[in-house]
Design a binder for this molecule. Structure first.
Ligand code: COA
Length: 172
């Protein structure tokens, strides 16, 4: 899936070193769930990439900017009564911040989620300080639906979670 300079594609084992190098950054991890390792080793990248290869349908993609691997974006399809909903998650390697890459990648995976996976709803949970991520979502038509007060504990700090959502236009 391409949008000029930015594309998303299935992860390859050859992305392992670059993925690990970019993900091994506390400035990224500070905005992510704790199940994602930090420090982030090549073995973590290998485990993750292999796990994405078992996904059916594909839910996680590498983000490529001007032919360089620069981040990861995923739709985590929910279970049970929520099976037409997915949570979106993403990160961009710090050297690539501020080029509009996350904005394009969110656009591409949102289209994929609605057009190919037939999802009804995609949502995100953003830490209270993460203005860049909130803007990324808002620029793609996601709307804030509420703030889960003091829902998050990250590195010992209690944080609010800002919840964003978008609905598939065919289902409105
Ligand atoms: C959040 C993140 C994905 C943004 O990636 P990016 O490619 O730099 O984002 P974009 O360039 O598309 O910018 C999106 C918007 O955020 C703004 N922005 C970027 N950094 C910002 C900052 N530090 N403070 C405020 N706004 C910021 C941009 O200016 C842009 O808005 P604009 O077009 O109105 O100017 C990236 O910083 C990141 O990976 N952070 C760590 C992991 C993370 O937060 N993941 C999301 C978890 S919900």
């Amino acid at each position: 899936m391409k949008d000029q300079k930015t594309q998303i594609r299935a992860l390859k084992l050859s992305d392992k070193s670059r993925l690990a190098k970019l993900a091994n950054n506390e400035n990224i991890w500070n905005n992510l769930r704790d199940y994602i390792p930090f420090p982030y080793h090549e073995s973590d990248a290998e485990f993750f990439i292999k796990q994405t290869k078992t996904q059916d349908p594909q839910q996680s993609f590498g983000i490529i900017y001007k032919d360089e691997f620069c981040g990861v974006i995923s739709l985590i399809i929910q279970n049970d009564i929520y099976h037409k909903s997915a949570e979106i998650g993403y990160w961009i390697g710090e050297p690539f911040w501020g080029h509009g890459i996350a904005t394009k990648a969110v656009k591409l995976i949102t289209e994929y989620g609605f057009e190919k996976l037939n999802l009804i709803r995609i949502y995100a949970g953003v830490f209270q300080h993460n203005i860049a991520s909130m803007k990324t979502l808002e620029k793609n038509g996601y709307r804030k639906e509420g703030i889960f007060k003091k829902a998050i504990i990250k590195k010992g700090s209690i944080l609010d979670e800002h919840r964003y959502f978008i609905i598939n236009k065919n289902q409105e």
